[in-house]
Write a protein that binds this ligand. Sequence first.
Ligand code: NAD
Length: 243
Amino acid sequence: TGKLGGKVVVVTAAGQGIGRASALAYAEAGAQVWATDINEEALATLTGSANIETAKLDVLDSTSVTAFFERIGAVNVLFNCAGVVHGGSVLEMSDKDLDFAFDLNVRAMVRTIKAVLPGMLERGDGTIINMASIASSSKGVPNRCAYGTTKAAVIGLTKAIAADYVTRGIRCNAICPGTVESPSLEQRMRAQGNYEEARAAFIARQPMGRLGSPEEIAELAVYLAGATYTTGQAVGIDGGWSI
Ligand code: NAD
């Protein structure tokens, strides 16, 4: 039962933050959820949740990705949520950081998509949701060069997949959040030295005067899983940042 009843959903980076909230929201909507993450301790916080199975999965590792999807069989919904934020302008961006950002923010999605898409095409049914950001081709954000570049690529990848498979029962959309409470955002605030000041600056970017919650983003992830007339979209959910 529930609007996603009978659907198998895979979420990457489901150990914390938006991925974790989404795994719970998909399960609440009736789906059978595979919550995956590289961090098993974080995944353990989901153990025992109804309709959720957890599995360690490093999306940087092609062999593990292929093996995981072979093991679990048919997937109806893939939510690629894993991503990393690097600070810095173009002059501060090292090759190593840019390569890593591309690997985790973009290529990891290509890996999981290549693993699930053939099965989705065989069944003529599948939906893919990719985590982008408002900091992307939607909006230039200071000090986020590697991040904005790779999240723009996520939108390009999303639209390319939507275009290639629109007649074959496959939908692909991207989610573009503004600033959302999460463990890694907390870390970025603490890393800036003056926590209160850093927090105030993040809140000041958001016209609504508050940060988003992972649960608010999870609602959109659930909506897109069932949005049967929506494909190729980069959907903003940003507290008015991009007005
Ligand atoms: P987070 O950054 O706090 O957590 C990220 C999770 O990813 C962790 O559980 C971590 O273990 C996992 N992870 C890291 N490397 C991995 C790998 N190789 N394989 C599998 N899992 C791995 O969570 P968040 O802030 O909610 O971010 C989730 C996604 O949302 C990211 O793609 C991020 O760019 C995007 N996003 C976040 C915000 C925000 O403000 N929090 C805004 C826009 C977009």
